[in-house]
Design a protein around this ligand. Structure first.
Ligand code: HAM
Length: 420
């Protein structure tokens, strides 16, 4: 049997509803903040990633799908979205069209990592990039939007971890301080960290090895190495997030696995994901546009891993009612059911809802089974009795609660119940 490539999964029809719903919800939310969609090619010249993500990072050294094309050019399947967008930003002079630019993207990324729950070789990200503001208010808005969108998805129990790496100078000073601290402890570090100590010392801070965790517990903190403007900026960001009611955990060892970050970095974790607990991450990259050949343009952004968001949502059982099933028994109820289904599909507040009606004259039992298979949260049930009384039954498939509603009450009730 020919099989899909390991770590690259089909998204099957029975699962597509949640993907589409997630994408539609994200688009609507992002566009309400003034983000415009950008779509870049899935393949880029390899240098786009090596220069930005960093030559010594895990992504570049171990995880990229890189190959030569027929013209002997080295190409890479994009492992992330930020570097291609910066490439497109420079190439298309997007900064001239608008000095402040907010873009979002939704699409597949590729990393050759060892597949496990929440970690695949083709995965999907919803990401944003904001160009042209060095202010912490841009960081605050990016984090606020991400937080609001996660709430719209119905996600609960996540933690936003926040740190700063300071400016390039602070980051370099800190790398030096950390190297000095770790130098005489090198023999106690795991093999990966021994290499990191030489090539990318900050990464030792987020190693998952127990010994390494113990060793870095007393390491100098980046916060001790911040210059006054960076310290003030970080305090202002934390104050602003608090004012906006956004909960976060200051996490001094959060450093991120991509070299382009300076300043604010953040990560969102969810306890239901086990080892791969980051459902999203981001931060500021004020030097990247310049380093890739553009003007000096500050920028900040984040990306969510869609597979991981879906795992967390399924665990929470707070999936939104994106599927409503209309179950009917008999000819009269069937026609009424089709009319109600049409009303639901055309209702603006229920936009994006999938409404399924039975087209096989099946028994009520098999229609309920179909509703279950489709993961419908709500089922509208109409039989001859209901038709006579001008009523429907609305069944909530999760709570098993049933309500008798008049025809006029159906849409308002669905609007209320279909919400996350
Ligand atoms: P990242 O931390 O490499 O950041 O990835 C962001 C998210 O993508 C992760 O938190 C995770 O949810 C998901 N992800 C990463 N690798 C995998 C994988 N192998 N399988 C499943 N999900 C995965 C970036 O990619 C940056 N470009 C984010 C950013 C945007 N920073 C600024 N702007």
């Amino acid at each position: 049997m020919i099989k899909a490539i390991k770590g690259m999964e089909d998204i099957l029809p029975q699962d597509i509803a949640i993907w589409r719903w997630l994408e539609d919800t994200a688009r609507r939310d992002l566009e309400s903040y003034g983000y415009a969609e950008i779509r870049t090619p899935i393949l880029e010249e390899t240098s786009v990633f090596v220069r930005s993500i960093g030559e010594t990072t895990d992504i570049v050294t171990k995880e990229m799908y890189t190959f030569k094309d027929r013209g002997d050019r080295s190409l890479t399947l994009r492992p992330e979205g930020t570097a291609p967008i910066v490439r497109a930003y420079i190439e298309n002079s997007l900064g001239k069209i608008s000095p402040e630019l907010k873009v979002y993207y939704i699409g597949p990324m590729f990393r050759s990592e060892r597949p496990q729950k929440g970690r695949s070789r083709q995965f999907h990200q919803i990401g944003v990039e904001v160009f042209g503001s060095a202010s912490v208010y841009a960081d605050a808005e990016v984090i606020m939007q991400m937080n609001n969108m996660l709430k719209l998805f119905g996600l609960k129990g996540y933690t936003i971890k926040l740190n700063t790496l300071g400016c390039k100078k602070d980051k370099d000073n800190f790398a030096l301080a950390l190297t000095n601290y770790l130098k005489d402890k090198a023999s106690l570090l795991c093999n990966d960290c021994k290499t990191r100590l030489e090539k990318n010392v900050l990464r030792v801070l987020d190693c998952k090895n127990e010994n390494c965790i113990k060793i870095v517990a007393n390491a100098p903190s980046i916060l001790e190495n911040l210059c006054p403007p960076c310290r003030e900026g970080f305090d202002k960001l934390k104050g602003t997030l608090k004012e906006m009611g956004i909960g976060f955990e200051e996490t001094k060892n959060l450093v991120r696995g991509l070299d382009y970050y300076t300043g604010t970095v953040f990560e969102v974790t969810h306890p239901d994901l086990g080892g791969q607990d980051a459902i999203g991450a981001g931060g500021r990259y004020d030097n990247l546009v310049k380093e890739m050949g553009g003007a000096s343009v500050p920028a900040v952004g984040y990306a969510l891993g869609m597979e991981r968001v879906i795992i967390a949502l399924k665990k929470d059982m707070s999936l939104c009612a994106n599927v409503i099933y209309v179950a009917t028994l008999g000819d009269g109820p069937k026609i009424q059911g089709v009319q109600i289904a049409e009303k639901i599909r055309r209702d603006r507040d229920l936009a994006g809802t999938i409404v399924i009606t039975d087209v096989k004259e099946s028994s009520l039992k098999s229609q309920m089974r179909a509703a279950d298979r489709l993961n419908a949260k709500l089922v509208v049930i109409i039989g001859d009795d209901e038709l006579k009384k001008g009523e429907v039954i609305l069944r909530d498939m999760r709570s098993k609660e049933q309500l008798n509603l008049s025809i006029e009450e159906v849409i308002p009730k669905l609007r209320e119940k279909a919400r996350c």
